[in-house]
Ligand binder design. Structure first.
Ligand SMILES: Cc1cc2nc3c(=O)[nH]c(=O)nc-3n(C[C@H](O)[C@H](O)[C@H](O)COP(=O)(O)O)c2cc1C
Length: 126
């Protein structure tokens, strides 16, 4: 488990229109991030491209959440869950994330994830 530090207690709120999108290789290295993803992450695009996706991992996220995500994706299914991510400066933000395997025929070419702001109820439940 990658431990990204420092972490701050400051929550960064997302508005309802924000859509954070990223695409990775099958090994989960980032190959694309949209404008919202880059802006919210606090990184420059060049700092994200080619990096493993756990660059935005928040240490509060339990390993079991990602185990569930990878089990689901490896079966070829879409995974949806509530995720707390870390910004470069240590702030955090909550998203409802939907991640799907990308395929060309039978061949896995990567993964794509789209995230929207999580609601207060979803955050409280998580
Ligand atoms: C398309 C895609 C999107 C992902 N999005 C996130 C994310 O938003 N936050 C996150 O912490 N991990 C995300 N992951 C999972 C990471 O690759 C990694 O499994 C997770 O951060 C756990 O890291 P660890 O192995 O260092 O514990 C994503 C993976 C893929 C393939």
């Amino acid at each position: 488990m990658r431990k990204n530090l420092p972490i701050l207690s400051q929550c960064y709120s997302l508005d309802a229109e924000t859509r954070l999108m990223s695409v990775t290789t099958p090994g989960s290295f980032i190959t694309y991030a949209n404008k919202d993803f880059i802006q919210v992450s606090g990184y420059h695009a060049e700092e994200l491209m080619g990096e493993p996706h756990n660059i935005i991992r928040h240490p509060d996220m339990p390993p079991s959440a990602f185990a569930d995500m990878w089990n689901t994706l490896k079966k070829g299914n879409i995974w949806t869950g509530i995720v707390k991510n870390r910004r470069k400066n240590g702030e955090f933000y909550w998203v409802k994330s939907s991640t799907t395997p990308l395929k060309k025929g039978d061949r896995l070419t990567g993964y794509m994830s789209v995230r929207i702001a999580a609601t207060h109820e979803e955050i409280a439940q998580a």
